[in-house]
Design a protein around this ligand. Structure first.
Ligand code: LLP
Length: 436
C-alpha cells in the first residue's frame, strides 16, 4: 500500500502529514484548515467543554460495526462489542441499538450493559469470576460464560444449583498461537494466564458434561489485540475445529464458536487486514462448520472513531530536547506509556507558515513515562490544541486519577450535533468515598 502520512527528518523526528492522516479517517477532516469531527469544529468543542476532552463520532462507530455484520452476513453471527474498550453508556447504547451483543469481563461491565439493555446477548470472559459475579450474571440471564479454568466450571455449577438455574457455558481455549503483537496484549500463547490449554480442553468439556446445571453451548478463544494480519485467527480457528470434531466423538455438539476480538487498526501507517479480508479468509471454514459465529471486537470499532483533544500549556525547549507540556497525560491516555504505542498527534489548526521544531509531547504527571508522543515535528505555540487520533479505544476506559487529576469529559458528535456523554470530574469526585 502506498499510503503513508509519515516522514522522518534528519534528526529522526516523526513528521505526520495531518491532512493526509485525516483524509484516511472517516468523519475527521480539515475544513478551512481546522479539524472537524463529523461536521463539528474542534474549536467549538474546546470552547464549550474545555480540554482535555475525548470526542467520539457516533456514525464512525456504527459504520465500523456495520462492516462486521455485512462481512459475515452469509452466516448466522452475533457481534459482541468488548465493553472494556470504551465503556461509556452512550457508546454501549449506540451499539446495542445497532444490534450488538457485549463481551464483558466484570460485574461492573455487566452492570453498565444492563443500564441500557438486557443480558441476553452478553458473553462473559475473564479469568477470575467469583461466586458473586456468577450469581449476578446468572440473574441477568446472560447468553454464556466463557469459562477460563476447570475450577470455574465447578464454581458456576455450585452457584447455578443454589439458584436452581442452568448456566450456558463455552470453554475459552488457549490455542497457543503467536498473535505477533505487543507481549502485554498477547493472550493466546501457552505462557499467558488466559483460557484452558488445548491439551486439557477435552477433559474439561467431559467434566462440564457431568455437571447438571451447566449447558455446554460453545467454544471460544481470544488470542490478542492489535493483530495486523489474520494468520493468528486462522491458526486458532483450525485448532478449535480440531477440538469441535473430537468433541463430537464424545457426544458433545456445540451451537456456537466465538473467535474473540483483536483485529488491529491503523494508528499512523500500519496496514491492518480489513474486516472483509478477515471474513473471507475464515468464512469457508465457518460455513462448513455450521455453528453460529460470535466475535468480540473492541479496538476496531472504537479506536478511529475517537480523538483526545488537549491544549499546549507550556513550551520548554532545553539543550537536549524540546518539551511541549499539554493538559492530557498518562492519566488520561496511558497507551504510549504502557505499550510504547506510537499514536498520531496532529494540530487542530493547520499552520503551514509556523516554525517546525521537534517536540516530546508530555503531560504534567510526575513520571518520565508520562508522554503522549516523542520526537514529533510540529509548529507549536502555547494555547494550541492538539488531537491524539485513534484514542476512542482504551483511552478513557484506562484513565485514572493519578496525581489527583479529575478525569476528562467525553462528548459524542453525530452529523453536525454534539452532546456531553460524561461530565468532567470535579475536585469533589477525587475523594468521593474517602474517610478522613
Ligand atoms: N475479548 C476479550 C476476551 C478480550 O480480552 C479483549 C481485549 C477483546 C475481546 C477485544 O479485543 P480488541 O478487539 O479490542 O483487540 N489496553 C490494550 C488492549 C487490551 C486488550 C484486552 N483484551 C491497548 O490499549 O492496546
Amino acid at each position: 500500500m502506498s499510503f503513508s502520512p509519515v516522514s522522518h527528518t534528519q534528526d529522526d523526528a516523526l513528521h505526520i502529514d495531518a491532512k493526509k492522516l485525516a483524509a484516511n479517517l472517516p468523519y475527521f477532516d480539515y475544513v478551512n484548515d481546522t479539524l472537524h469531527i463529523d461536521g463539528v469544529d474542534s474549536h467549538t468543542l474546546k470552547q464549550q467543554y474545555g480540554t482535555p476532552l475525548y470526542v467520539y463520532a457516533r456514525r464512525a462507530i456504527l459504520d465500523n460495526f456495520a462492516a462486521y455484520t455485512q462481512a459475515f452476513a452469509s452466516i448466522d453471527s452475533q457481534i459482541c462489542y468488548a465493553v472494556k474498550t470504551n465503556s461509556n453508556l452512550a457508546v454501549i447504547k449506540t451499539l446495542a441499538q445497532a444490534g450488538a451483543g457485549f463481551d464483558i469481563v466484570s460485574k461492573g461491565e455487566l452492570a453498565r450493559v444492563l443500564q441500557v439493555t438486557d443480558g441476553s446477548k452478553v458473553v462473559y470472559s475473564g479469568v477470575g469470576k467469583t461466586p458473586d459475579d456468577i450469581e449476578y450474571a446468572l440473574s441477568a440471564d446472560i447468553h454464556c460464560f466463557n469459562v477460563e479454568a476447570v475450577s470455574e466450571l465447578d464454581t458456576i455449577e455450585a452457584v447455578a444449583a443454589r439458584l436452581n438455574k442452568t448456566a450456558r457455558i463455552s470453554l475459552r481455549i488457549n490455542p497457543d498461537v503467536d498473535a505477533k503483537t505487543h507481549p502485554y496484549i498477547s493472550t493466546g500463547m501457552k505462557d499467558n494466564k488466559f483460557g484452558i490449554s488445548h491439551e486439557q480442553a477435552i477433559a474439561a468439556y467431559l467434566h462440564a458434561k457431568q455437571l447438571p446445571h451447566l449447558q455446554i453451548t460453545g467454544i471460544d478463544c481470544h488470542i490478542g489485540s492489535q493483530l495486523l494480519d489474520a494468520q493468528g485467527f486462522s491458526d486458532a480457528l483450525d485448532k478449535l475445529i480440531e477440538l469441535i470434531d473430537e468433541l463430537k466423538t464424545h457426544g458433545i455438539t456445540l451451537q456456537h464458536i466465538d473467535l474473540g476480538g483483536g483485529l488491529g487498526v491503523r494508528y499512523i501507517d500500519e496496514n491492518p487486514v480489513s474486516v472483509n479480508d478477515f471474513a473471507n479468509l475464515l468464512l469457508p471454514r465457518l460455513q462448513k462448520l455450521g455453528l453460529k459465529l460470535y466475535l468480540e471486537p473492541g479496538r476496531s470499532l472504537l479506536a478511529n472513531a475517537g480523538v483526545l483533544l488537549t491544549s499546549v500549556d507550556v513550551l520548554k525547549p532545553t539543550e537536549f530536547k524540546n518539551f511541549a507540556i499539554v493538559d492530557a497525560s498518562m492519566s488520561e491516555l496511558i497507551r504510549p506509556a504502557l505499550y510504547q504505542s506510537v499514536m498520531a498527534i496532529i494540530p487542530t489548526k493547520l499552520d503551514t507558515t509556523g516554525d517546525v521544531q521537534t517536540w516530546d509531547i508530555v503531560g504534567t504527571v510526575c513520571e518520565s513515562s508520562d508522554f503522549l508522543g516523542k520526537n514529533r515535528a510540529l509548529p507549536l505555540a502555547v494555547g494550541d490544541t492538539l488531537a491524539v487520533t485513534g484514542a476512542g479505544a482504551y483511552g478513557f476506559s484506562m484513565a485514572c486519577n493519578y496525581n489527583s487529576r479529575p478525569r476528562p469529559c467525553e462528548v459524542m458528535v453525530d452529523d453536525g450535533e454534539h452532546r456531553l456523554i460524561r461530565q468532567r470530574e470535579v475536585l469533589d469526585d477525587l475523594w468521593r468515598g474517602e474517610i478522613a
